[in-house]
Design a protein around this ligand. Structure first.
Ligand code: AP5
Length: 213
């Protein structure tokens, strides 16, 4: 089964994708993670990508479609979770064509609905394990008392450069202008399902499980 997790910055896409990887053996394809990896390469392309991401704007379609294309060549395990991709109508068209060229289909598009006030609180409180990428939050998902990652035991925690109020405003604007039209696009194609992303992490996981069947 191949699915898209669609939602604004901070909707919980990465959090739920990691659960689906653990519970269903699916493969998470996060263009945000791929781009953060690319920016550490020190190449000219990496430097350009870093500046665009830190400001909260979208990287070009050409770059992200190329990244996804490479990943689709590999084993799809229990199916792909597209996390943060597609983000424009051109990316959505390209994904449909790429999947068709591999004889694959897009089975579900899960829209995670969260209001803007909650997004600000989530983004400004987020941090991740620098070793394994486990996602935490100052209030809703703090570290245990020993200060160690529940997944790998590391104490190396990181905050993203674009997780500040100014970049978030730009990211939200990009979402509403360029990405939210995908809700209508996938509704019209008949594979859109919406879940309440404001519920607890466990409750959201339960709603997604119901949608996926
Ligand atoms: P990307 O990395 O994709 O960031 P994003 O879409 O802004 O999404 P986030 O990772 O910020 O949020 P999330 O929905 O995964 O939430 P999370 O689970 O972490 O993209 C970054 C940048 O890369 C873009 O701005 C752009 O520049 C570029 N880019 C990426 N893809 C691109 C593309 N396709 N095209 C062009 N450019 C692209 O949760 C957030 C916090 O909330 C966490 O602390 C978590 O613990 C907490 N939380 C999660 N769920 C709940 C819950 N139910 N209740 C309470 N707290 C919760």
């Amino acid at each position: 089964m191949n699915i898209i997790l669609l939602g604004p910055p901070g909707a919980g896409k990465g959090t739920q994708a990691k659960r689906l990887v653990d519970e269903r053996g699916m493969i998470q394809l996060s263009t945000g993670d791929m781009l953060r990896e690319a920016r550490t390469s020190g190449t000219d392309m990496g430097k350009k990508v870093a500046a665009v991401m830190d400001a909260g704007n979208l990287v070009t379609d050409e770059i992200v479609i190329g990244l996804i294309e490479e990943k689709l060549e590999g084993d799809n395990g229990g199916g792909f979770i597209f996390d943060g991709f597609p983000r424009t109508l051109a990316q959505a068209d390209a994904l449909g064509e790429l999947l068709a060229s591999h004889g694959a289909t897009l089975d579900r598009v899960v829209e995670m609905q969260v209001d803007d006030d909650a997004l600000v609180a989530r983004i400004t409180g987020r941090f991740t394990c620098g070793n394994c990428g486990e996602v935490y939050h100052d209030v809703t998902r703090p570290l245990p008392a020993d200060g160690k990652c529940v997944n790998c035991g590391s104490t190396d925690m990181k905050r993203r450069a674009d997780d500040n109020e100014e970049s978030l405003r730009t990211r939200l604007m990009a979402y509403y202008k360029q990405t939210s039209p995908l809700i209508g696009y996938y509704y019209a194609k008949g594979n859109l399902q919406s879940v309440d992303g404001l519920a607890s992490i466990d409750e959201v996981a339960h709603s997604i499980a119901e949608v996926l069947g």
